[in-house]
Design a protein around this ligand. Structure first.
Ligand code: PLP
Length: 394
């Protein structure tokens, strides 16, 4: 048979990263197919069902015929509900015309960077941080400028280090609180100081607040609430994490006026729209009963205690108390294996899937990330397996 040579791929693919949670999940599934039992602490999604009234709203919208194309910016009911939600929760005044709806929060990361950056522009982003930030910055041809999150500051950036990285070329600064992968929560004082620096800069701010409702200690605050910041901030949230709706793919953002039309054009060019029946479900999530969220947060609080205490009992492991999201980020530098080796061995030898901190940037390299979006029973079992594995190394 004649061999067909590959027509080749785009050079730019070398700049496109990935999210290793998905590759570890794939490896874990492979082990499961081979008959091994794996405890999943790798993937960042609530293990709770989407609230019943939200599902019902989607069924009802389908019955009413909301199954065709709809405006790329989002249906008016959701833009209005999201504007109201963001205004109330951040004590700001967001108008529905400034709200855009996307297939999750994720596309806003890509499209904001593509819409605002030219090759050579600098983008400051948290390290360790959600890997898509760096991937999207590099893809756009912009220059990634990591802002270290240090363990001794509970993984909140130092405003002095932000100031040192702001230059005339800084086009965008990405903030994330509560934070993936560390669970860090930016405090009021740091936000005020950051706002003071950013207001004097010529940069947009992308504030990724998808975990805003998952806070266990301290109070969530948004940089968009600081004077003058709303006009330069893309304030990003969504229903994925708060309402256990990761697979529905629905996020929204309050966007400064000059970016509304460009971002909408990206949606027109790519996804056209978020399915309207999903948007009506998101309206029900934002405006309906909130007790499922409260119940989920209180369960996460218990699990956080369990996992952090369990990790701190292990010789050579130390874990700070995460304040929000649903991740623990223990330091494992005192163990005889590197975090990268540990994550591989824990999956293959102990059946515990988790991620090496290096998957979130060089500053994460001494850590593991464990998602505690799993039952207390499974968290206990995972801790037992990790304990037995570490004892086998001694
Ligand atoms: N931002 C952060 C920090 C995340 O951790 C995630 C998902 O893990 C997202 C954005 C993407 O969320 P969505 O499901 O709304 O696209």
């Amino acid at each position: 048979m004649a061999t067909v040579s590959s027509p080749g791929l785009a050079d730019s693919l070398s700049r496109l990263g990935t999210e290793s949670a998905f590759s570890v999940l794939a490896r874990a599934r492979e082990l499961e197919r081979a008959g091994h039992e794996v405890i999943h602490l790798e993937i960042g999604e609530p293990d709770f069902p989407t609230p019943a009234h939200v599902c019902e709203a989607a069924f009802e919208a389908i019955r009413r015929g909301h199954t065709g194309y709809c405006p790329s910016a989002g249906v008016h009911a959701l833009r209005e509900a999201a504007a109201d939600y963001l205004s109330r929760s951040r004590q700001i005044d967001v108008q529905p015309e400034r709200v855009l709806v996307g297939t999750g929060a994720k596309p806003f990361l890509f499209f904001t960077i593509l819409a605002s950056c030219n090759p050579g522009d600098e983008v400051i982003y948290p390290d360790p941080g959600f890997p898509i930030y760096r991937s999207a910055i590099s893809w756009a041809g912009a220059t990634p400028v990591p802002l270290p999150l240090r363990e001794d500051r509970d993984f909140v950036f130092d405003p002095g280090e932000l100031e040192a990285r702001l230059t005339g070329r800084t086009k965008l600064v990405i903030l994330n609180s509560p934070q993936n992968p560390t669970g860090g929560l930016i405090d009021q004082e740091t936000l005020t100081e950051a706002a003071r620096l950013l207001e004097r800069s010529n940069a947009w701010v992308l504030s990724d607040e998808v975990y805003s409702r998952l806070v266990y200690e301290g109070e969530f605050a948004s940089i968009a609430s600081r004077p003058g910041m709303l006009e330069r901030t893309i304030l990003l949230d969504g229903v994925s994490k708060t309402y256990a709706m990761t697979g529905w793919r629905c996020g929204f953002a309050a966007v400064p006026e000059p970016l509304v039309d460009p971002l909408e054009r990206f949606f027109v060019n790519s996804t056209s729209c978020v399915p309207p029946f999903i948007q009506y479900a998101a309206v029900a999530a934002l405006t309906g009963p909130q007790h499922p969220v409260e119940a989920m947060v209180s369960e996460f609080r218990e699990r956080r205690r369990l996992i952090v205490q369990g990790l701190n009992r292990l010789d050579g492991v130390s874990c700070r108390e995460p304040r929000g999201a649903f991740y623990a980020f223990p330091n494992v530098s005192q163990l005889p294996l590197t975090a990268d080796q540990l994550s591989g061995r824990l999956l293959d030898d102990a059946g515990v899937a988790l991620l090496p901190g290096s998957a979130f940037g060089p500053n994460g390299h001494n850590h593991l990330r464990l998602s505690y979006a799993n039952s207390q029973t499974n968290l206990h079992r995972a801790l037992e397996r990790i304990t037995t594995f570490l004892q086998s190394l001694a």
